[in-house]
Design a protein around this ligand. Structure first.
Ligand SMILES: [Zn+2]
Length: 263
């Protein structure tokens, strides 16, 4: 590296640090202060919409099973329509991937949610599906992807590109960044936060939040391979998550879970 390159690198790094730490916002849903590197809700939505078709293609494409697609779209819409997610401003869309082997679900920033046929076919009730989708909607509402991307961009000294808006990157770059992010698991706290939000969304949509506990048991049975996809992330393990889910349920429903919810 010569002197000029070094100066440029320092300027870029300083700019990245400033962008990251200089901008923070309070998430209206979680009430937490976040560093999202100047990424707006609009940037997140644009990034998600731009990456969704490539993400689907990369992962083997959407299923041709019309009934499965309709079920996922309908339950997803219900989870969103009845809850705080409807007021969030994110245009949620629920996609079903054909993949019959990888047990997974994930969300892109801005509201594009995916579930594989491998996971869908293991679920036994609509409530369990609502639990999976609610968890992913929780990640979107808590802006976990935006946080991750902001952090990654900081590390790479590229925050400037995002500060100028997602539009300044070409589609392939955006898909690559989003793809890398999605393939990694979130941190333990993010998972637990998404679980807690998911429980709330499920109940607001009329689903019994205890169905999410059954999902954890299904995931535990399905794991055992070396892959750690987003939803089946081992941080924390499904067993730990069950305990945390029970704690979150006790907090959210101090008088017990209302009767008559869909399992
Ligand atoms: Zn998750």
């Amino acid at each position: 590296m010569n002197k000029i390159q070094l100066i440029i690198a320092l300027v870029v790094a300083a700019f990245s640090l400033l962008s990251y730490f200089g901008s923070s916002s309070v998430n209206p849903i979680t009430g937490e202060k976040q560093h999202i590197g100047g990424m707006s809700q609009k940037d997140e939505v644009a990034m998600g919409l731009q990456s969704a078709p490539q993400m689907a293609a990369q992962m083997g494409g959407l299923t041709q099973d019309a009934r499965a697609r309709q079920l996922v779209a309908a339950v997803g819409a219900k989870v969103v329509a009845q809850s705080v997610a409807a007021k969030s401003g994110y245009p949620f869309k629920f996609h079903t991937l054909a993949d019959p082997r990888t047990v997974n679900a994930f969300a892109l920033p801005g509201g594009q949610v995916f579930i594989t046929m491998a996971l869908l076919s293991r679920l036994e009730t609509e409530g369990q599906l609502a639990g999976v989708l609610g968890h992913e909607v929780g990640h979107v509402l808590a802006r976990h992807s935006a946080e991750r991307i902001a952090k990654d961009q900081l590390t790479q000294g590229l925050t400037g590109a995002f500060a100028m808006g997602a539009g300044s990157m070409d589609a392939a770059q955006v898909a690559r960044v989003v793809g890398q992010m999605t393939m990694l698991s979130y941190g333990r706290d993010d998972e637990l936060e998404a679980d807690a939000l998911g429980l709330r969304l499920m109940a607001e949509a009329g689903y019994d939040p205890r169905a999410l506990i059954k999902v954890m048991q299904i995931l535990e049975r399905a794991s055992g391979g070396s892959r750690q996809p987003e939803f089946a992330s081992s941080h924390p393990s499904p067993a730990n998550r069950v305990q945390k889910i029970n704690e979150a349920l006790a907090r959210a429903f101090p008088n017990g879970i209302p009767a008559g919810l869909t399992p």
